[in-house]
Ligand binder design. Structure first.
Ligand code: ADP
Length: 357
């Protein structure tokens, strides 16, 4: 089983195009984070609305309303929470749902907040139930009941909190119980970034990292970044290494393309795993429909890896569809891999049926 686990980790944990921060990201991201709303690229709607919320709060001399940010990893939720704190000239405390296992953990954090402080709670949907209930009251009344003792002798001691701003982040707002969602004064959904916006992210980061890059080089990296600034920054660092070792350090279109070919990130941002899934679907199953289990065995990966790691992006890109009869390749998938769909068989019909869903 061991080698199987390794394959899994390679596909999920160490992915160059993975959207969750790895250790290197954590070390360098601080330097690349926009410091105020003016520096924050894209997300026009969110920026404009948030700007109003923060200006109004400042004008009233009040603490800003609680803010809920939803969206995929790497789109800038942590960055925005830091910007909120900076714009309000307030300190910030950063924690996450999984770190709060007991209501007591949350009580300890809340009771040590300063007036006006921003509390960033990442993955807020993963908080424990009792902590969540404590948070309702804290958000609404700036008060918590600390339970002392156990059983019939337990008593609730009310504790006043200073006003604070909670910034909650979640990958999907739909995962939050409605009572929690309703307590946020402002909710924003972050979208994936357009290529032109990612080009600006790449240019900005290149200049902070003191790397020379031309517009075509930036476009090449942006196009492979899966709509995600974190991935754009990570690809930029790999391309920079390549440019330094193999060329004169300047990033051009050709250098970017050659570097990312080494790392097996293709022109659309698909990596080895994504392409293996697509290739199996097209070459072995004629474009499907084919069941997830069969497809996973063909690729030599766990079902979960195919379903949770590779497929979401392939579906988003319109390369693969999940149907009740199984996985089906779209015409765009054939085109992307430079293959011709078998004659007499539009994508979605044919021999894949043999393998069933
Ligand atoms: P999340 O919290 O949503 O996972 P982060 O806020 O940690 O994402 O952002 C990841 C990286 O992407 C940060 O280092 C930041 O520099 C960069 N980034 C995110 N959004 C933007 C943006 N709008 N403009 C410029 N850089 C961004």
């Amino acid at each position: 089983m061991n080698w199987d686990d390794t394959t899994d980790t390679d596909a999920t944990g160490e992915r160059l195009v993975g959207s969750v921060a790895d250790r290197e990201d954590q070390a360098v991201e601080a330097a690349l984070r926009p410091k105020d709303l003016g520096e924050f690229i894209g997300q026009e709607k969110v920026r404009e609305q948030l700007d109003l919320v923060l200006r109004a709060a400042r004008a009233r001399g009040a603490t800003a309303d609680h803010v809920l940010l939803s969206g995929a990893p790497g789109l800038g939720k942590t960055t925005l929470s830091m910007i909120i704190a900076a714009e309000m000239e307030a300190p910030i405390r950063i924690t996450s749902g999984p770190a709060i296992q007991h209501a007591g953990d949350l009580a300890a954090i809340l009771s040590s907040l300063q007036e006006g402080e921003v509390l960033f709670l990442d993955e807020i949907h993963r908080m424990s139930r009792p902590a969540e209930e404590m948070l309702y009251m804290a958000m609404e009344d700036f008060r918590v009941d600390v339970i002392v003792g156990k059983g019939p002798g337990a008593t609730a001691i009310p504790l006043e909190l200073p006003p604070f701003t909670l910034v909650g982040a979640t990958t999907r707002a739909g995962l939050l119980p409605p009572p929690l969602r309703d307590r946020f004064g402002f909710t924003a959904h972050m979208e994936f970034y357009e290529p032109a916006e990612l080009e600006r992210v790449v240019h900005r980061s290149a200049s902070l990292l003191d790397v020379e890059i031309d517009p075509a080089g930036a476009a090449e990296i942006a196009g492979r970044s899966r709509g995600t600034p974190r991935i754009a920054n990570r690809l930029l660092r790999r391309v920079r290494d390549y440019a330094q070792v193999k060329a004169d350090g300047v990033i051009t279109k050709d250098i970017a393309a050659a570097a990312l070919a080494v790392y097996e990130v293709d022109a659309r941002g698909l990596d080895r795993l994504d392409r293996a899934v697509l290739e199996a679907l097209l070459k072995l199953f004629g474009g499907g429909p084919v069941g997830l289990s069969t497809l996973s065995v063909a690729v030599g990966e766990e079902r979960e890896t195919v379903e949770e790691v590779a497929e979401p992006f392939l579906v988003r890109e319109g390369l693969l569809a999940r149907t009740p009869r199984g996985r089906v390749a779209t015409p765009a998938a054939w085109a992307h891999l430079g293959l011709t769909p078998p004659r007499s068989q539009g994508p979605g019909n044919g021999q894949g049926d043999l393998f069933g869903a």
